[in-house]
Ligand binder design. Structure first.
Ligand code: BYC
Length: 325
């Protein structure tokens, strides 16, 4: 896609430095950079990296829950889970569309994902062992996603920020359905309560890792904050998530698996233990419990869908031919 290198806007004549000045002024004024605006190459590359990773996460994120679609315990639970997975497919599509405004092609991004050259969220490399995992993913994973994504609605890049508004509304529904499922299980039998606790024990630490490495080990945060792509650091959002979640765990009647968790009056926040950062690095490198399976399935789905893409292209070509006759 050809992209304009000229700034558009009220900043005066197009002198060599004008586009960069326009970019800096827009960022400083908390306004939005739009696809046709000039932007530094590194800003564009950072956005492509983050938005593509985000889109891939939505698409791969359908797999752990998809595992329970055919085994949901009731028609109602199945309908809810199907709707959630469909929302996630939609989020992936908005995000790929946002990435395309930066001059990359969705097919190219998919190729990079399935060849291991682009990442997706570490959280989706853990197995879903029981139906309680569906509830815990909604409560903790979607809860963490909301903490991370609400500030992205104020991201400096217009198409990403606007996509996030709708995504966040749907994520709120996802989180509530998870919490409601867990409340129902907690009102059930002793075995159901144990199932919930077991799922919380397995998903708590990976959920904290979703926010990325600690600030001291996060190479991208400082620049992304300066460009107002990220509005908070990884550690700030992780703390916000813990503070939001501890009272919800109490209300639910589950124990979060962290002996270091205690209220800190001075900080007006919860102190919590250190996640196992070496585990995060292993999972990001592709050595988590389900990395290979997730990518194999994604690759197979992509290959199985080749005939649909071919048919759609042939149909579009044919329609173009007919309309020009
Ligand atoms: N997993 O410098 P840092 C959902 C990478 S889906 C994997 O802090 P940054 C849902 C990072 O990419 C929601 N990789 O990076 C869907 C970087 O590597 P590269 C997914 C991670 O970008 C279905 C390196 O580590 N959400 O909600 O400043 C069902 C250093 O990190 C992770 C998003 O994608 C990780 N956890 O900050 C249910 C949100 N953490 O690229 C739910 C958008 C770090 O330099 N993304 N890395 O090779 C972000 O907000 C930021 O990209 C991150 C990382 C906070 C994740």
């Amino acid at each position: 896609m050809a992209l304009s290198t000229e700034a558009e806007g009220p900043i005066g004549p197009a002198e060599p430095s004008a586009p960069a000045e326009h970019f800096d002024a827009v960022i400083a004024a908390e306004q939005r950079i739009e696809p046709r605006d000039w932007m530094p190459d590194a800003y564009r590359a950072t956005l492509v990296r983050q938005i593509a990773q985000h889109a891939h996460s939505e698409i791969i994120g359908m797999q752990p829950e998809g595992n329970w679609l055919s085994r949901a315990p009731s028609l109602r639970r199945k309908a809810i889970l199907l709707a959630k997975a469909q929302d996630e497919a939609g989020h992936g599509l908005y995000l790929y569309a946002a990435a395309e405004t930066l001059g990359v092609d969705r097919a190219e991004l998919t190729e990079k994902l399935i060849s291991g050259r682009q990442k997706y969220s570490s959280i989706f490399n853990y197995p879903t062992l029981t139906f309680a995992d569906v509830g815990v993913i909604g409560w903790l994973v979607d809860g963490a996603a909301i903490c991370n994504q609400v500030p992205l609605c104020r991201c400096s890049y217009g198409p990403y920020a606007r996509a996030m508004v709708r995504v966040c509304k749907e994520e709120s529904f996802h989180q509530r359905q998870g919490y409601e499922l867990l409340m129902t299980l907690m009102r059930g039998t002793e075995a159901q309560r144990r199932m919930v606790q077991d799922a919380v024990d397995r998903w708590w630490w990976p959920s904290l890792m979703m926010f990325g490495p600690p600030d001291g080990d996060s190479p991208n945060t400082a620049q992304s904050m300066a460009w107002r792509i990220k509005r908070h650091t990884n550690d700030e959002l992780r703390q916000r998530f813990v503070d939001m979640t501890v009272p919800q765990a109490e209300h639910l009647g589950v124990t979060l698996p962290d002996p270091a968790l205690r209220w800190n009056e001075q900080r007006d926040s919860w102190d919590f233990g250190e996640p196992d950062w070496s585990e995060l690095q292993q999972v990001i490198k592709g050595q988590g419990p389900c990395n290979a399976q997730r990518i194999d399935r994604r690759r197979a789905a992509h290959e199985d869908g080749a005939w649909v893409r071919e048919a759609a292209t042939a149909y579009a070509d044919k329609s173009k031919g007919q309309s020009s006759e």
